[in-house]
Design a protein around this ligand. Structure first.
Ligand SMILES: [Zn+2]
Length: 398
């Protein structure tokens, strides 16, 4: 840990409070007896701890919200006004930022498109500081103290020391002690996360409410990756390098991949791949793809949703490959759920059906019966949301 690293302010004072806060976070609103049954803690201890946290303004109590059981009970929830956090994700295309309150609700969302790929390191840092400054101004309406800033980086990070080790999508970005740099400027704790870790956290907290101990999140866009929670633990692997699903070899076609290999899933099925294949398919004039010289991968997905014949063929073939690759993961890791990136849903129900059918067909029968699939409902700012949730998680955990 760097010498002058600022410590996050803890919201909970002890293990019991921390446990209660985690239960309330995932089951809000919940009564005291609900907490007792979920934690196994004595009723007196739960009553004492919740009273202390209501007194401090960490929890609020809403009359008659938790209506499970024979009589109406008061429901406890995290106090949204207790404080807030700022979170920024940066990447080659710019910034996405959010302000999240202590009830894990996003209250400000903002973004800025700019090309950071080739900007010199000092310029990238300058732009990041400006963006956070703007976010801070927008957070003026947020209640309570600012507990910290999350910085979400597209590359490999040393999260303990707050150093971005390298990012293949950003030039001049090696061993940047970005957390320390930001802490010095903003005088508050800064937590650095990789995009993959942040996104899996966002999905776990905000989509699944921590209800599933084994799931895989499939990130789909210009690249393809996966985030994993297995036996209740986020998996990042040695050197934080886990999750490179996009570089699984899936075809024998010699099209080169950005990783230096060939035949990778990313080359066959990512949004970039859809563009390349569409451009090389000389679309007939009846196809909507024929009239668009600046076609994007999202254009191809949306054309498929509109039943454009060429787009549907391209997307179906890509999704079949994606389904086979994901099935391999399912067979090895045995998740209860596979959650797909919201972008996948843009291809329409027919293409999604192809993906899910291929997936189901390619997994072992034993796994088929327990496997659930879902498309993530969170449309944007996933990395920034996960960064913010990670800070709040740290604050409520002793
Ligand atoms: Zn590759």
């Amino acid at each position: 840990m760097s010498i002058d690293k600022l410590e996050l302010n803890k919201i909970s004072s002890n293990g019991t409070q921390s446990l209660i806060l985690q239960i309330v976070r995932d089951n809000s609103p919940i009564s005291r007896s609900g907490i007792v049954s979920k934690t196994g803690q004595p009723h007196a201890a739960v009553s004492r701890s919740t009273a202390a946290m209501i007194e401090k303004g960490i929890l609020t109590e809403d009359g008659a919200r938790d209506t499970a059981g024979p009589r109406k009970k008061r429901g406890l929830q995290l106090n949204a006004d207790y404080g807030h956090v700022l979170s920024v994700e940066y990447g080659p295309d710019g910034f996405e930022g959010i302000v999240m309150n202590c009830a894990y609700q996003s209250i400000v969302q903002t973004s800025q498109q700019c090309d950071l790929t080739t900007a010199p390191q000092h310029e990238k840092i300058h732009q990041l500081k400006l963006f956070v400054e703007q976010l801070k101004i927008k957070s003026k309406t947020a209640k309570g103290v600012c507990l910290g800033i999350a910085v979400v980086d597209p590359g490999i990070v040393d999260d303990i020391n707050g150093v971005s080790v390298m990012a293949t999508t950003l030039d001049d970005w090696h061993n940047v002690p970005i957390a320390g740099i930001m802490e010095k400027d903003f005088k508050m704790p800064v937590k650095l996360l990789s995009t993959g870790n942040a996104k899996v956290r966002a999905v776990d907290r905000l989509e699944l409410n921590n209800s599933i101990a084994n799931f895989i999140y499939i990130e789909y866009g210009k690249g393809i990756a996966c985030g994993m929670k297995l036996n209740g633990t986020y998996i990042s692997g040695h050197g934080n390098l886990a999750g490179e699903l996009g570089h699984l070899r899936i075809t024998d076609t010699p099209t080169p991949c950005s990783c230096g290999g060939a035949g990778c899933l990313e080359v066959a099925a990512s949004l970039r791949a859809l563009v390349r294949i569409a451009k090389s398919s000389s679309p007939q004039t009846s196809s909507s793809l024929a009239h668009n010289s600046n076609i994007t991968g999202m254009d191809v997905l949306k054309a498929a949703a509109q039943h454009d014949r060429l787009a549907s063929r391209i997307v179906d073939e890509a999704f079949e490959k994606l389904g086979i690759a994901v099935a391999g993961l399912v067979n090895i890791l045995s998740p209860k759920m596979v959650l797909f990136d919201n972008v996948i849903g843009q291809a329409g129900t027919d293409a999604v059906a192809v993906l899910l059918r291929t997936l189901q067909k390619s997994v072992l029968i034993s796994h088929q019966q327990q496997l659930e699939t879902k498309i993530c409902s969170i449309e944007s700012h996933l990395g920034a949301l996960g960064g913010a949730a990670a800070i709040l998680d740290d604050c409520i955990t002793t």
